[in-house]
Design a binder for this molecule. Structure first.
Ligand code: NAD
Ligand code: DAU
Length: 339
């Protein structure tokens, strides 16, 4: 089995490559990634010599490059994306271009390569469902929840999500879609809340908590997400959507307090800052379908142990995050958080 993974140099992609090589000795994986600010081959340095792994620097918007890369490939896992909500609020152009148009270019290339007869997994997000109210904690997103994206990022992912469904319906292509909640773990770019807060604290800086800190996210360890994507790739039913989540809802204030406690810091390290525009209040995933139908459930997200391990990873890997914070990232970081 030869898999082409797009976006394999990013956070989830690099963890997926490692998991696949570890758990499927007879698989090969090609990582197709253009290396934006968040794509970093250093994330994969430990597997560079593995002859089951190959890297192609390429853009999912480049049909000719895809035609070449897809020769001899048995399945595609599509993760490449612009992934950060705050950036999409500052400039939505690259999000529409990569997440929506790039998905269309890739779907067309896969159709040319295989007639759509081989599996394509579109890694979508729970954010396509929009926001849930805090007042009804029993309500969660199911696969039947209508799409109602509310940020430029989630709208651009919903564009790809709808196209994947349309290509299955129109051309009979073998496509599954996954919609996962917030991931945490090693190699996450330190613009996302957990690595941002941990690395700020390691540098003696305060952490910028948006609004009232009551927004809720459902946290899942990245290895659980990768295992779920692999399960869908191997066992999912064509045309189906699978929610993936940790049943692990925390308000941002609870999450921040847990990080402060693990790191031995006090509440004075919290800086309440202006809220994100259009900030989604709550995400919560009902992951019953993937458990019932494919037998997947999280095994690596137990709280607070998984969070403690993640904090330790950033503590032990200062050279990694110091490097990714330098260069092109520096201006963005300075703009958003004052350096
Ligand atoms: P990331 O930003 O860490 O990585 C994205 C990767 O895509 C990078 O390596 C980047 O270089 C590559 N890329 C971007 N544009 C490209 C293009 N035009 N052509 C080829 N490669 C390109 O993102 P992530 O957090 O690892 O997210 C991966 C996927 O999972 C995304 O599709 C995201 O929407 C989805 N997702 C993320 C989460 C989460 O919590 N991080 C949760 C659910 C779904
Ligand atoms: O739900 C899945 C999504 O999770 C993925 O599709 C996205 O790619 C991923 O980035 C993530 O989106 P969020 O916007 O939820 O993640 P982020 O880490 O940016 O923010 C998490 C919460 O923390 C959110 O409520 C905003 C808040 N926050 C974030 C930052 C960066 C802060 O309070 N302060 C911050 O500085």
């Amino acid at each position: 089995m030869h898999i082409l993974l797009t976006g394999g140099a990013g956070f989830i992609g690099s963890n997926f490559v490692r998991l696949l090589l570890r758990e499927r000795p007879d698989y090969r994986i090609t990582n197709f990634d253009v290396l934006t600010y968040s794509g970093n081959l250093e994330n994969l340095s430990e597997i560079e010599g593995d002859d089951r792994y190959a890297f192609i620097r390429g853009d999912v918007r480049d049909a000719a490059a895809l035609d070449k890369a897809l020769e001899g490939v048995d399945a595609v896992v599509h993760m490449a994306a612009e992934s950060h909500v705050d950036r999409s609020i500052m400039d939505s152009g690259p999000f529409i271009d990569t997440n929506t148009r790039g998905t269309q270019v890739l779907l067309d290339a896969w159709r040319r390569a295989t007639g759509g007869k081989k599996r394509f997994v579109y890694v979508s997000t729970d954010e396509v469902y929009g926001s849930l109210p805090l007042e009804n904690p029993e309500i969660k997103f199911t696969e039947a929840t209508p799409l109602d994206p509310s940020s430029p990022y989630s709208a651009s992912k919903a564009g790809g999500d709808l196209l994947a469904n349309a290509y299955h319906h129109t051309f009979g292509m073998d496509i599954c879609t996954t919609r996962c909640s917030n991931n945490f773990g090693p190699y996450q770019f330190p613009e996302k809340v957990i690595p941002l807060f941990v690395t700020n604290l390691l540098d003696g800086k305060q952490v910028p908590l948006y609004g009232d800190g009551k927004n809720v996210r459902d946290w899942l360890h990245v290895d659980d997400h990768c295992e779920a994507v692999l399960t869908v790739l191997e066992k999912g039913t064509s045309g189906e959507v699978y929610n993936i989540g940790g049943n692990n809802e925390r308000s941002n204030l609870e999450l921040t307090r847990s990080i402060l406690e693990i790191m031995g810091k006090g509440e004075e390290m919290i800086r309440y800052v202006e809220d994100r525009l259009g900030h989604d209040r709550r995400y919560a995933i009902d992951a019953g379908k993937i458990k019932r139908e494919l037998g997947w459930q999280p095994t690596r997200s137990a709280w607070p142990k998984a969070l403690e391990d993640t904090v330790r990873w950033y503590t032990d890997n200062r050279p990694w995050w110091e490097r990714v914070r330098s260069g092109a990232y520096q201006d963005y970081y300075a703009n958003m958080y004052g350096g």
